[in-house]
Design a binder for this molecule. Structure first.
Ligand code: URA
Length: 439
């Protein structure tokens, strides 16, 4: 099987067999297939697409290119959750403790920030002392003891995806539905959970810019997971505007703790409750209404917040900062971004806000860059709010020499208008193996 012929086959619109996909993916991992050949093949996939069966096979081949985690030493149904990425998307820190407090085990591997989007592991590390790299024994023991652990994705998971993603990033082949679906689902299949809830974000701050594209991606990921014997559902959530008010690592931890303490922003709280309820449904805890009520109850009685503290404590974190935010590391400086005119905020582009927070030091401009955990943005006005000239739109935190560039980036995504824009839904649809329910 010559790689040249396989590239030509996809270029001409052909469909690969499992053996052919193994030759391409495993050849790339071993170094027999060169970067330029893999790049050419992925561009052919980008332009020609893949059948759903072909994408499901590709996903399985990618999953088996690394370690397949066996979670069977942890009794009971284990539920995972994955977001396709967002700005100010701190839902994992809220939902994982809620679901664990309802008695469903969470053994979760999460990622770091990518481009303008943040990552759960970076946020967790803003709590001093928190370890996000545990051995498999420590990870299993913690989940068996307290029902919850969130750690960084181990290097050995879906090795092919890591290499393929790095190449996609520099060859304009990221935004391709079969390649995104196989990238995400290969990691989820390899991570071993029985059930997976996908949060497919849609809008300016997301990979998928329209609801229809997001539904297409969600349907494909649900079908791949189902094909491989997992229970999978996907929610399509809005990412035109960041969730909540805070963007940045410790800032997002504070806001997540506010939700767990029952005093979080309404939009973030609502999305978290819906996500948590759907995870509980996947774990057979009851009907959607019963699961929603359970999620609300563990916030109201404090048990979800207590579970979150238990997790941080088990992973070495100083949980005093969760009770008293003034104990978090302080930002070097702050800056008020003032409105330049009167009007409604019609657009508050989430991608630009995410990029502004990266410029402030909350994310990495290149791999390995150090993070400023205290850096970030607090939004005072969001899409749909009215603002007067001279009022504060947002507060920036970080090193003072970064404020000008971040302000220019933020303003480039801001549009004022005289009419209040129509309210965008927080959740657009739920996709299950039985179909799509649009809200
Ligand atoms: N997240 C991933 O893990 N992979 C993609 O391709 C896109 C988003």
């Amino acid at each position: 099987m010559r790689i040249y012929d396989l590239i030509a086959k996809k270029r001409d619109g052909g469909t690969h067999s499992r053996e052919e996909l193994e030759a391409i993916v495993n050849g790339f991992v071993s170094g027999e297939v060169a970067d330029y050949q893999m790049a050419a093949w992925m561009m052919a996939v980008y332009l020609r697409g893949m059948t759903d069966e072909e994408t499901a096979e590709l996903t399985d081949v990618m999953a088996h290119s690394g370690v397949m985690v066996d979670l069977s030493p942890i009794p009971g149904i284990k539920v995972d959750k994955h977001s396709t990425g967002g700005v100010g998307d701190k839902t994992t820190l809220v939902i994982a403790p809620i679901v664990a407090a309802c008695g469903v085990k969470i053994a979760k591997m999460s990622g770091r920030g990518l481009g303008h989007t943040g990552g759960t592991i970076d946020k967790m590390e803003s709590v001093p002392g928190t370890k996000t790299a545990l051995s498999q024994e420590e990870f299993f023991a913690q989940v068996n003891k307290i029902g919850l652990s969130v750690i960084g994705q181990s290097e050995g998971i879906a090795v092919a995806d890591k290499k393929m993603y790095a190449l996609r990033d520099v060859t304009a082949t990221v935004s391709c539905i079969p390649l995104i679906a196989s990238s995400i689902m290969s990691k989820k299949l390899a991570s071993g959970s029985d059930a997976i809830l996908l949060d497919v974000t849609t809008g300016t701050g997301a990979f998928m810019k329209t609801v229809d594209q997001s539904i297409e991606l969600a349907k494909l990921m649900v079908s791949i997971g189902t094909h491989h014997g997992r229970r999978v559902a996907a929610m399509i959530t809005d990412m035109d505007t960041p969730l909540g008010h805070n963007i940045g690592n410790s800032l997002e931890v504070m806001e997540s703790m506010d939700v767990l303490k029952g005093r979080g922003p309404a939009d973030l709280t609502e999305v978290c409750l819906q996500l948590a309820a759907n995870m509980l449904v996947l774990a057979d805890k009851g009907s959607p209404a019963e699961c929603r009520a359970m999620a609300e109850a563990v916030i109201a009685d404090g048990s979800a917040y207590a579970k979150c503290k238990e997790m941080f404590a088990a992973q070495g974190g100083d949980t005093r900062v969760l009770d008293d935010y003034s104990l978090f590391e302080k930002p070097a400086a702050s800056y008020e971004l003032l409105a330049e005119e009167d009007g409604y905020i019609v657009t508050n582009d989430a991608e630009k806000i995410g990029s502004a927070s990266v410029l402030l030091g909350a994310g990495r401009q290149k791999k390995g860059d150090p993070l400023d955990f205290a850096a970030g943005i607090t939004l005072h006005k969001k899409r749909g709010d009215y603002i007067h000239k001279g009022e504060s739109l947002a507060t920036f935190y970080g090193a003072a020499d970064k404020f000008d560039a971040a302000a220019a980036e933020y303003r480039s995504g801001l549009v004022y208008g005289s009419e209040k824009p129509e309210e965008a839904p927080l959740v657009y649809a739920l996709v299950t193996k039985d179909g799509v329910e649009r809200y």
